[in-house]
Design a binder for this molecule. Sequence first.
Ligand code: ATP
Length: 584
Amino acid sequence: MKKEKSSAAWIMQWAGRHKSLYAVSVVLAVLNVLFKLIPFFIIGDVINKLLNGEKNFSVYLIEIAMIAASFVIAEIFHSISTAFSHKATFSVLGQIRKETCDKLSRVPLGYVKDTSSGTLKNIIVERIDSIETTLAHILPEFTSNIIPPIVVLVYLFIIDCRMALLSLVTVVLGFCSTFGMFIGYEENFKNAVEKTKALNNAAVEYINGIEVIKVFGKADSSYEKFTKAAKEGAEAYIGWMRKCCIYHSISLVLTPYTLLTVLPFGAMFILNGSLSVANFVMCIILALSIVGPLIAVMSYTDDLGKIGTVVGEVAGILTQKELDRPEKSKKKPYDYSIRLKDICFGYHDEEVLHNINMCMDSGSVNAIVGPSGSGKSTIAKLIASLWDTDSGSIEIGGVNIRDLSLEEYNKSVAYVAQDNYLFNETVRENIRQGNLNATDKEVEQAARLSGCYDFIMSLENGFDTVAGGAGGHLSGGERQRISIARAMLKNAPIVILDEATAYTDPENEAVIQSSVAKLVAGKTLIVIAHRLSTITDADKIFVIDDGRVCEQGTHKELLEDNGLYKQMWQAHISVKDNGGDINA
Ligand SMILES: Nc1ncnc2c1ncn2[C@@H]1O[C@H](COP(=O)(O)OP(=O)(O)OP(=O)(O)O)[C@@H](O)[C@H]1O
């Protein structure tokens, strides 16, 4: 079994990309702390000189100037060190976010669908942000603050072992108290994280579902769900902080008081003649000097405790199993025929497609019809490579799609889904997503061909109108036509239209039908249609029932078969004859 990578290994992998920047940052941070220690040695020296009766005032002035210079130099080192570590860290964070988002495009759609958008957003934005403290601060500052106290302690041990040990007593007790904060830390942090995720999900659900909430008068109950999640989130943190509060306070009070032991025992040693006054003074000053860096170290323990969970969440995405595709295509399809061989597929544990076999010739028009929930869209998604089949294979031009790189395959397929997402960008840029190299003229031409030019021009800013999140400012039919224009611009040899005309009125449907005909000339087309009148000319119609292909043939052949297709056709015609809405 493959061993799981530790959080430290992930951090090292991420930080390793900018190791020279971090190394410079750590060295400068060490110099910063060392320069901050210099004044303590100088003060010790000044007191010794006073005790020895030095009367030359200029000697003291020079020492004071040296103290001031040490502080200034320390600050300069600190600023440069922080600048280096932040420069490296922000590019590392950008890289982690890029990898995470790239990963989402390579994992099966199921992972993204099964993880709420609130959770994913929380990981990609907030959680990744919280790695910043570790990389930009802990790495240089923790390392740099640990080294000087060690140096000082070694020096103290050289002066007097007893005093060195005494200076450590309150520090050790303070640290022990800090560790008390870690009792049940993982559990408490996980609980707080879970509650935050629940709050994020409740907020996203409340915002996304606001239309339904208003229409069905669910504002109170939905808002209640949100406030309950907010309350539980706050309680999780408050309860946890309450538990830590005593340990934290004891630690903050004890750690700085190194003099609590150094002063009385030092005085005793002077009285019994085992310690000189000069060494006593030096010990007091050095004992004070280790406090600052050690408190700085302690302030990071909380972040160090959290980092495991944070890295675990990000790593959880980065280690998701990807769609089974090679980096580079192993073979080249000889044409764009599509063959599904013994396909079985299920969402989670429930199989919804059973032994599907289909053959579509290159450049042919194919329709998939069947009752709602029979598995039509699932077949389209498998062909579009949004999921991997559980068994069986899909071949394009004689090549198993698992032997084709995802990038190359994606270029071959234009998929217009039932509910197409439009980015919160201009209509022009939304269409251009089909081909990022397309000129404005080509974008406008695609819009003309898909019958959406006129309505786009009637929008407030024409092609420069912002479509709004998920295309919220446009009607369902308008969104669909923009999606078709996007697919046209892609000019892929395989086109899948999943209920592409579902939202359109009969007039517009005729426009779209003719533009689709132009779009797919010479291409392999798969249309999923409820309105059977739109697919009567298809070269092949596949009838799906309960996850199985129950009939296939041309419109004429299927009518002669007297099967499910004929029943569906008669139902369709009778709606029309009764003056019902044929678009229903
Ligand atoms: N993401 C999913 N997770 C779990 N089950 C799903 C998912 N998507 C679809 N299903 C289920 O798989 C089955 C087939 O759904 P599919 O969307 O392929 O049917 P369809 O024939 O396209 O339906 P419609 O005509 O209503 O769009 C249904 O039972 C559906 O509930």
